[in-house]
Design a protein around this ligand. Sequence first.
Ligand SMILES: [Zn+2]
Length: 500
Amino acid sequence: MPSNVSLTFCGGVSEVGGNQIFFEDKGYGVKLFLDFGINMVQYANNFEKYEEPTSPEQLTRSYLLPKQSKLPIKNLYSKYFIFNQEEMNYLQKVNECKGKTDPPTDIDGILISHPHRDHYYGIGLVNRNIPIYTGVVTQRIILAYSKASRSVMSNFYEGIKWKLYRTGDIIDIKELKIFPIHVDHSIPAAYGFIIDSSEGLIIYSGDFRMHGPLSNMTQDLIDKAKSLIQLKQKNGEERSNVIDNYPNKIRALICEGTQINRGAIESEQSVGNEVIKLMDKNVYDYYLVKYNRLDWDRFRNFENIAKRYDWKYIITEKDAYFYHLLNDKAIYDTMRDPNILLDDNIYVLLYTYERYPWQTQIREIFEQENKLWRCIDHNDLKEFSNFFLFITHIYRDLLKSLPRGLMGAFISSDIDPYSEEHLDNTKTIRHDLEKEGIPSYRIHASGHAKPHDIVSFIEQINPLNLIPIHTEHPEFFKILFRNYDMTIHLPERYESIIFD
Ligand SMILES: [Zn+2]
């Protein structure tokens, strides 16, 4: 008898990022999406650098977002809340939406695993009757990111029905239960999900690593899976008789495999150690550093080292605004420190022009706190030495302002080349800096689990069915796990996987 649960992969298939998994449980009458991201490399192939789409069709046409016509669903995308930024401004659009209700849909929810755009990009475009489930801090990061970005369609969240969860919560959707459990990744607020379906337990790993400072969190997901299996064994029988034969096993694991075929032995701590080695033999007066803005661990790591050597840490006002939004309500240490307002070692580099409301806002906040002395402009930079300057890209004013009398170096500590931030291009930066006589270093630890960690993760969860996603090498899983007692399914776009 075919299973009542099916999984259809609309993105993240043989590629890194852009996860969009359609989950249907006919036993419980539930339809969900697990993540609703976009593949940043495909996106860059379809759009010019500053070009922004203005309708979902522009994205579904080229398979960047899920195609409704290929799934058993209705009214996936919003009718009234699509923001065409070329036709009106943000406030006009908010006014236009007032009192509007999207048509009914049969989708029960979209679950977002973590706040990287290759996992959540499309949520602003969907029917506002579909609840969007995110972690409490996940939502905070998504909103902070959008506030510090341009007002465009993908950042328009007006009318979204947010449903927030934390580790330990149980999400009930009809009879289906979902256990969200935190995992360690290169960004705070990353989760995996254990779904208690009518066909047994199904796990979605999200993105995870096991070499970061919070690797215990990933272990928590594994332990929770084990304890749920034990509970089922104890209870004796499943609610559905279909899997009576397998009450003691996880039915399926959807597992990320970014680095399944190649790994490095690295950790956040090793990044710190490498930077310290450089500082101990230091010949430079300043360092330009580049890492993913959302990588809070990396930020803290670099900033601590700067402090230790009594060097200043400079970030732009856009980053200051973004970090302040997150500092402000942070419950966890992970995002309370470094603190933009309290830490007098952090300097804020103001842009030459004040164009956006958030610039006024962050400048006012610094003024109120009597911290304006830590706000500097590009001219001041020429007077500085012994500093780290966090950059995401190179712009003309910055190049002109680098202190000519001093010697600097560039440390690239950014995420791996298939992700979003890579698109504004470390290579270009290196090239620009070489012309200025600034050499480059690469010091990095990735946000993704290494081959041996993925093996151990899968061994511990020990599922009946394994589906590799978020990897360019799904077939590698088939060879690597050939001696294991599990069925490995290689997903094909829009072909449903139904377990026997
Ligand atoms: Zn990620």
